[in-house]
Design a protein around this ligand. Structure first.
Ligand code: NDP
Length: 322
């Protein structure tokens, strides 16, 4: 039950919806008569201003985790930046007018049918945080799932001050945050990362001490070994050869095959991680990395998906304005 019902919230909205599993270009449709969702007591209704895409969006759409997914039809999208327009009766942290951001599905593989690629969405307050004041909505929307995965994965891998790290896939949505967090939050002594030749400069810009062109170098043959290897691209069979004895290889499902003794991390969305990182974002120690082909306007979501699915995106594919 909502505590207030502002008059200017419509009953219908535009949203990107799919009613069967398949490729975005085949199944994802922009519908204009979708019901604006109700909120539960512990939820807020938000007016979405920006979103970003993640590989899990198209993997889910393709039916990768049907067994745990919500029933179709589904409004796509995990990441959002928005303004609160209605609050449930038990909501404590937020009020109407607050600018917020978050990954709206607490459990990545148990998502709700109500996603972020819509003009409005209903969200549990615990997955949201106040938007960093210095960031635009598009910048804020580019962060949540990727930065939480990077943070959680580094914690799980036991990265701490003075340790070294190799990031496999440093230029992607998750990898670009792993590098920044490792250097500026976890205090890593040395960070190496891989990308193709054209993105090596980006790796350096976000904090890598050593940028490796994976197409022309075998990082597993380096004399230097690392305390932690964080694999975002499904190369754990090579990653285990680059780690020190007693080091740890961490990967994120479903980036690719997992070779023992690699550990697999799966993100849980919580606004508390975003709130913890807000000071670093506001001080400019962590920076959003938005793919230069974007932001894509809301009506061009299919084009945005096609770019992300190429596997060549740099940082995050943002959707703005909505
Ligand atoms: P992106 O689509 O953003 O990754 C694209 C980047 O990957 C490109 O910049 C590309 O760089 C780079 N890349 C591709 N192949 C290689 C390679 N062999 N070596 C180095 N870099 C490479 O993906 P995300 O970062 O958002 O996600 C990565 C994976 O993690 C996905 O499989 C995703 O599903 C999974 N994931 C899992 C989560 C979990 O909780 N378990 C959460 C979030 C993501 P270049 O063009 O230079 O090759």
């Amino acid at each position: 039950m909502a505590t207030s019902t502002p008059v200017n919230i419509p009953s219908k909205m535009k949203a990107w919806v799919y009613g069967q599993h398949g490729k975005p270009e085949d199944v994802l449709k922009l519908e204009s008569e979708v019901d604006v969702p109700d909120v539960n007591d512990d939820q807020v209704l938000i007016k979405v201003l920006a979103a970003s895409l993640n590989p899990i969006d198209f993997k889910r759409m393709g039916g990768s985790f049907k067994a745990t997914d919500s029933p179709l039809p589904t409004v796509a999208g995990y990441d959002v930046a928005a303004v609160v327009v209605r609050v449930g009766s038990k909501v404590k942290e937020f009020k109407v007018g607050d600018e917020v951001y978050g990954d709206i599905h607490e459990q990545a593989h148990h998502p709700k049918d109500c996603g972020s690629l819509a003009e409005y969405t209903a969200v549990d307050e615990k997955v949201l945080a106040l938007k960093p004041k210095n960031l635009s909505f598009a910048e804020a929307a580019s962060l949540p799932l990727a930065v939480q995965t990077a943070y959680g994965g580094l914690e799980s891998a036991g990265l701490s001050a003075g340790k070294s790290l190799l990031v496999l896939g440093g230029a992607g949505g998750v990898g670009s945050f792993i590098i920044q967090l490792a250097k500026h939050v976890f205090g890593a002594s040395r960070v190496a990362a891989t990308s193709s030749a054209g993105k090596l400069e980006l790796l350096k810009t976000v904090g890598a001490d050593l940028a490796i062109d994976y197409k022309n170098n075998k990082y597993e043959d380096l004399e230097e070994k690392f305390d932690v290897v964080f694999d975002t691209v499904g190369e754990s069979s090579r990653g285990i050869k680059a780690v020190k004895e007693c080091g740890r290889v961490e990967t994120i499902w479903p980036a690719g095959p997992v070779v023992p003794p690699t550990f697999v991390f799966v993100v849980t969305s919580t606004g508390s991680v975003l709130s913890k990182l807000n000071p670093y974002l506001e001080e400019g120690k962590l920076k959003p990395v938005i793919d230069p082909k974007g932001p894509f306007p809301f009506s061009n979501a299919i084009e945005a998906f096609s770019h992300l699915q190429s596997g060549r995106a740099t940082g995050k594919v943002a959707i703005y304005p909505i």
